[in-house]
Design a protein around this ligand. Sequence first.
Ligand code: ATP
Ligand code: MG
Length: 372
Amino acid sequence: MHEIQKEKQRRLAAPGRVLARSRRIIPITIKAFGKGLVAVLGREDVGVDFGTSTCLAAVRGRSVVLREAALCALDRNTRNIIAVGDEALRMLGKTPGHILLMRPLKHGSVSDYDVTTRMLRYYLRKVQGRRALLRPRVFLCVPGSVTDVEKRSVSDAMLDAGARRTQLIDNAVAAAIGAGLDVTGSYGHLVVDVGGGVTDVAVVSMGRVVARDAARAGGDRFHEAIMRELRRKHNLMIGERTAEELKTTMGAAIPRDTPMYMDVTGRNLILGLPRTVRVNSDELTEAMEEPVRDIVEGVHSVLERTPPELAADIFERGMTLVGGGAMLPGLAETLSSQIKIPCRAPNDPTACAAFGLAQIMDNLEAMAELLA
Ligand SMILES: Nc1ncnc2c1ncn2[C@@H]1O[C@H](COP(=O)(O)OP(=O)(O)OP(=O)(O)O)[C@@H](O)[C@H]1O
Ligand SMILES: [Mg+2]
């Protein structure tokens, strides 16, 4: 009788034991599987420069692998994502009422956390491809002018998007490295980043930003000025996409040697009907005078606050123009002639920060002090 009771108790306890054992085994198995994956595929480091207009990503050992518009198309009612990146860009100016096009990150500040996370997840998966099972360490560019809370928000969005860890890097420092400047030395470098929303002006020395300012004139202000000018002068209303096309194809900060012309179709504000107007490049230069002046003022104000020794270095070596807006013909010449300091723009100014991240990831030990 005693033996039968013991056997019953043993049987009753058995499922619990199995459960307890499986609770121990499952995490160990997952951990072992993860370690096996890392052993087979290696650790993954990804650098991300998520800007107002463009998102660029680099993978350690493979340099820049992604460059897409930082744009998202959403269904207004369901909030479902319809398109991300360049696919969403193709919809600009042509979306029906139920589709909302949005830039969820405005100069390092998250305007919609959920959309930012979903976009970052899309970009991560795209750069990782088949290695998407690995949670990468992400080196994330952030403008130094944003608050700690804003930096934390982008970093949290990146973790929610699938990063294992994040390491924040100042945009200006990454862009300076990507532009080929030796930021670890005690020389002062002036970096002018003309992004989408604002222009970040920073003096970098010994891997740190010594003085900085954000001028309220980024590349988008140029084409907004073009839209205003065409409305004022020709009563013509054009979309953002057409204005940006005008800016990138024939805009210039100084009058071109040989003026260019383009026929632009928009809506006539008096008749309310489509009309075509011939626009010349000098009109665009005139329209963009104000934002160019704001950038010059931003640079002036930072130079006024720069320690004299570093200002002397900058005077000798000149300033470096990066960001998409640096591609505006004549902008470097205008800055150089107005501030009386040489100004150069590298070959691919939009990707400077991403190239910088790639260099940091490839030389982690040598660049350790930049990550402190
Ligand atoms: N060829 C060009 N000429 C003039 N402007 C250009 C050209 N190409 C791109 N741009 C402008 O560059 C800007 C985008 O620059 P960039 O990609 O560096 O911005 P971002 O890094 O996304 O923004 P931010 O740094 O402000 O968050 C846009 O305003 C775009 O219109
Ligand atoms: Mg940028």
